[in-house]
Ligand binder design. Structure first.
Ligand SMILES: [Zn+2]
Ligand SMILES: [Zn+2]
Length: 441
């Protein structure tokens, strides 16, 4: 049995971290006839009154079909169409959209989301508010949030984290995922490739601050990773096997975050750069690329920073930071500074730990090395899959990417490779050189 099937509905005390891990996801149905199983899943996990949430694109792809199957099975289906905010604009997950949908949310025993990132996040959030279960019908292997309870909405312009409902079931059809836009699948690959680098950041926090860390949660996709990493062309060409493996890895990544009770197993410094690009867009009102594409590009750089750090024999750590720059952050400045203030204290504490424990640096290098993947291998994988691996792929220039890289550590308290690289003087001094070497072409 695969690890994924084995983990469904499990509630166990982990022999690797001692913590109780609970997986509320009970069913994953992935196959040609999987949509036909939605009515039975709804009735088993909720009831006959079903609230179906989709947008005009995902309704055409699968939503209308699911509604028809539910009605045929005797369910009482109320559809909620998430409107496009403007012509040519797709919906976003923010407080305004949430509030507008909440006012129209049909009463139901169970909700079904048909879509990928935004539709799932909104449904997770609304079902969580209503304290009802929800089922995810995934239309693209584009992100790792399917199995998690975390919602990442923009609240008053600031990228935030809200707890919603985790799905009781995830359903998808291989041909549906293979037919999704290649750009979306490539985004999923970028998000999943981040895991080794994010998990290294997580382990770093254990080593330096003695914080909670679980090797089992960090390693959930180790066995699947070679399927897409050794054969990224299968993702690029839309092979159902390659995309199926990617989809399974994305679900397992979501489960690992839920089990750990933190996003740390799959969200480190590379995610902060992506969030910063999103926030820069909300400050200057220009669009940004998909989450997973920004994450993939930044994962190459995160791995490169770890390689530069690993080469240092005796780094001299310095407190690098002055307060965050209000001119850069615009209306977000006060909220960013509140995080950055905590971050500065954290960096100072890290430096004190390295001074206090002379063997710590070598322990960090030795422990993280086997966990990481090389920047060259990550870049090659993204390139061969037809995914974003240069800043120009994200529709931005060198200066904008550099600005995100140099400000990303300010937005969260979480200690990552970005902070370690700043303490060691690699950032900001060599930022331009590394971006040119790894992300220019
Ligand atoms: Zn554990
Ligand atoms: Zn992500």
């Amino acid at each position: 049995m695969s690890l994924l099937q084995d983990l469904l509905g499990k509630d166990f005390v982990c022999d690797q971290c001692g913590k109780r891990h609970v997986v509320k996801l009970l069913d994953v149905r992935f196959g040609a006839g999987a949509l036909a199983e939605v009515p039975e899943l709804c009735q088993r996990h909720g009831g006959k009154r079903v609230g179906l949430i989709h947008d005009c694109r995902t309704r055409d792809i699968a939503g209308a079909k699911v509604a028809e199957l539910l009605a045929k099975a005797g369910c009482d289906v109320a559809e909620l169409l998430v409107p496009d905010p403007a012509p040519e604009h797709v919906p976003v997950c923010d407080d305004l959209t949430h509030d507008a949908l909440a006012a129209k949310l049909p009463k139901a025993d169970i909700y079904v989301a048909v879509g990928s990132g935004v539709i799932n996040d909104l449904t997770k959030w609304l079902a969580g508010d209503a304290q009802k279960p929800y089922i995810s019908v995934a239309t693209a292997a584009s992100m790792n949030g399917y199995a998690s309870a975390n919602v990442a909405p923009t609240l008053k312009g600031v990228k935030s984290l809200v707890r919603g409902a985790e799905p009781v079931a995830i359903v998808s059809v291989p041909s549906l995922l293979a037919a999704a836009p290649a750009k979306m699948t490539a985004a999923g690959l970028g998000d999943v490739l981040a895991k080794p680098v994010s998990s290294a950041d997580w382990q770093l926090n254990r080593l330096v601050f003695d914080e909670y860390y679980c090797p089992f949660c960090a390693g959930t996709i180790d066995d699947i990773e070679p399927i897409y990493m050794d054969n990224p062309g299968a993702i690029g060409s839309g092979s159902e096997t390659g995309i199926g493996a990617l989809f399974e890895a994305l679900i397992l990544t979501g489960i690992s975050m839920t089990m750990a009770g933190t996003s740390s197993p799959a969200s480190g410094g590379e995610h902060l750069v992506s969030h910063t690009l999103d926030m820069m867009s909300s400050v200057d009102g220009v669009p940004h690329d998909f989450h997973g594409r920004q994450v993939g590009v930044s994962t190459i750089l995160g791995a490169a920073l770890y390689e530069e750090l690993a080469a240092l024999e005796n780094p001299v750590f310095k407190v690098p930071d002055s307060p965050s720059d209000p001119a850069f952050w615009g209306f977000l400045a006060p909220s960013v500074e509140s995080y950055h203030e905590k971050k500065r204290a954290r960096v100072a504490a890290a430096i004190a730990e390295f001074r206090r424990r002379p063997g710590l640096w070598d322990e960090v290098r030795a422990t993280l090395a086997p966990q990481l993947r090389s920047a060259a291998r990550l870049k090659d994988c993204l390139r061969r899959a037809g995914a974003a691996h240069r800043y120009t792929d994200l529709g931005i220039g060198r200066d904008r990417y550099l600005a995100a890289l140099l400000h990303a550590h300010e937005i969260r308290e979480r200690f990552t490779v970005l902070d370690l690289a700043r303490m060691a003087g690699i950032l900001p001094a060599r930022a331009g050189e590394l971006v040119d070497r790894w992300l220019a072409d």
